[in-house]
Design a protein around this ligand. Structure first.
Ligand code: DLL
Length: 442
């Protein structure tokens, strides 16, 4: 296949950096890394201090491999320097602020210069192009507008593409469905958990999503599983694509899947990826899972050097059939900080989701509740069943409960109490789903 074209034979000049020959890409990354390090050193006291401690100067970064000599940056650094301590541009050059709420404590504040917004827009536009969208598409943007980066990030990219954007933001599900139907929407952007909710509501409203022109879903901002993708694609005519990003680096558009749906490609000319062992901080071999570490290569307002994302992934070195030279990351299904330790066993919410999805008869609406009763950890998984199933006999429900319980036990090696709950009893989220309620910390 001509590497300048996607599966549909279309090529857009904005995608050109996706296909740079590797030597040229590495050269560009090195040049950009060197100027990024210089900028951070000259303008951000925290970076200068840490490099001085290591007796490291920007001139010591002579190859991409030298990146490992640089200190890491963590979320705590962002909190400690709240709100503007890591800015490398004067306030009069900042044209946008965003903030990520975080689950505890102070928010993380991020900033953009005019050029940063331009780069972000390009990254989002390339994300849409990667999944076959172009001008003429009608994109319903149900990511939240506001301090969250999802709404405005996707908005600017879609507009630059020349697509028609519907800036509906999150929530108001019935209205979302009406617009999906009436506006001839061809692509939707939202969290995968919210889309599951949309599917369910549409069914109740008698709207058959399969008859609509909707053909692409740009889903991200939270972990989701391959099983969830299959569910979504089975219930609609759309292809579900995984988009990854985080506020600290830019927002959505750090990495995006192409039409082959085989893991998001990182826009490597803008963001340099590494994968490390989270406990030692040492790089792991290619293809091995570890914590994803990202360095911004162009960010002016807030350069990030070796930012520890806490997201667990691996880098795929093999080239993708789409011809992009950008490396792919393994789907992010867990974070170093979402691991629960239950009776001494390490459990990730995504393992539970995968187990539940493998059993027919359940909607992927679930809540994990962890508690400590008389000194012993208890794990309860509340699972919503479909209306038709709920009307079934007590025996059938009990059988389902046992199947779920066994499926979970097989995956996590622990017995969990599975409780089937009526349709619509678990809270729906309009953005990122909150799957775990850990009462032990309350
Ligand atoms: O969630 C940016 C974004 C918006 C990405 C819309 C994609 C679509 P934050 O609120 O800062 O930014 O949250 C970033 O969300 O470190 C991951 O843990 C998680 N995350 C984001 N995308 C994915 C994904 C936005 N595709 C944090 N798969 C990240 C798994 C994801 N987790």
């Amino acid at each position: 296949m001509n590497s300048n074209r996607d599966l549909q034979g279309t090529f857009h000049p904005a995608s050109a950096p996706d296909y740079l020959p590797l030597p040229q890409l590495r050269q560009l990354q090195l040049q950009r890394l060197q100027s990024m390090v210089q900028r951070a050193y000259d303008r951000v006291p925290l970076y200068r201090g840490r490099m001085d401690e290591r007796q490291l100067t920007p001139a010591d970064i002579r190859s991409l491999g030298d990146i490992v000599r640089l200190p890491f940056t963590t979320k705590t650094d962002l909190r400690d320097t709240y709100p503007f301590g890591l800015f490398a541009s004067p306030l009069q050059e900042i044209v946008r602020f965003h903030a990520s709420s975080g689950t505890t404590g102070k928010p993380i504040v991020v900033a953009y210069t005019q050029e940063d917004v331009r780069d972000w827009t390009q990254a989002m536009m390339r994300s849409f192009l990667a999944c076959g969208l172009h001008s003429g598409d009608v994109i319903q943007n149900a990511y939240g507008y506001g301090l969250f980066t999802g709404g405005l990030g996707a908005h600017y990219g879609a507009e630059a593409l020349g697509a028609g954007v519907i800036p509906i933001s999150g929530g108001n599900t019935e209205r979302q469905i009406m617009i999906l139907k009436d506006f001839g929407v061809t692509a939707i952007c939202c969290t995968p958990s919210y889309f599951i909710h949309l599917i369910e509501r549409a069914r109740e409203m008698g709207v058959e999503l399969k008859t609509l022109p909707l053909r692409a879903g740009v889903f991200g901002a939270e972990p989701w599983t391959e099983g969830m993708r299959q569910r979504i694609e089975a219930e609609t005519n759309l292809k579900a694509y995984d988009i990854y990003g985080l506020s600290e680096i830019i927002g959505p558009g750090v990495a995006m899947e192409c039409l082959h749906q085989s893991g998001p490609h990182i826009f490597e000319d803008l963001f340099y990826p590494e994968v490390i062992d989270p406990s030692s901080g040492e790089p792991v071999a290619d293809g091995v899972e570890g914590e994803l570490v990202l360095t911004t290569l162009c960010k002016r307002a807030m350069p990030m050097l070796r930012y520890r994302t806490r997201d667990i992934s691996a880098l795929h070195e093999e080239t993708c059939a789409c011809g992009r030279t950008l490396r792919r990351i393994k789907r992010i299904s867990r974070r170093t900080d979402d691991m629960m330790i239950i009776r001494g066993v390490n459990v990730f919410p995504s393992q539970i989701e995968a187990a539940l999805l493998a059993v027919e008869g359940t909607l992927p609406h679930y809540q994990i509740v962890v508690d400590r009763v008389k000194g012993l950890d208890e794990l309860e998984i509340q699972v919503e069943v479909t209306a038709e199933f709920f009307g079934d006999t007590v025996g059938a429900l009990e059988q389902l409960r046992q199947r779920l319980s066994h499926a979970v036990e097989r995956v996590i090696g622990l017995r969990a109490r599975v409780r089937l709950v009526e349709p619509h009893t678990l809270q729906r989220s309009e953005g990122k789903a909150k799957r775990v309620l850990d009462k032990r910390k309350l």
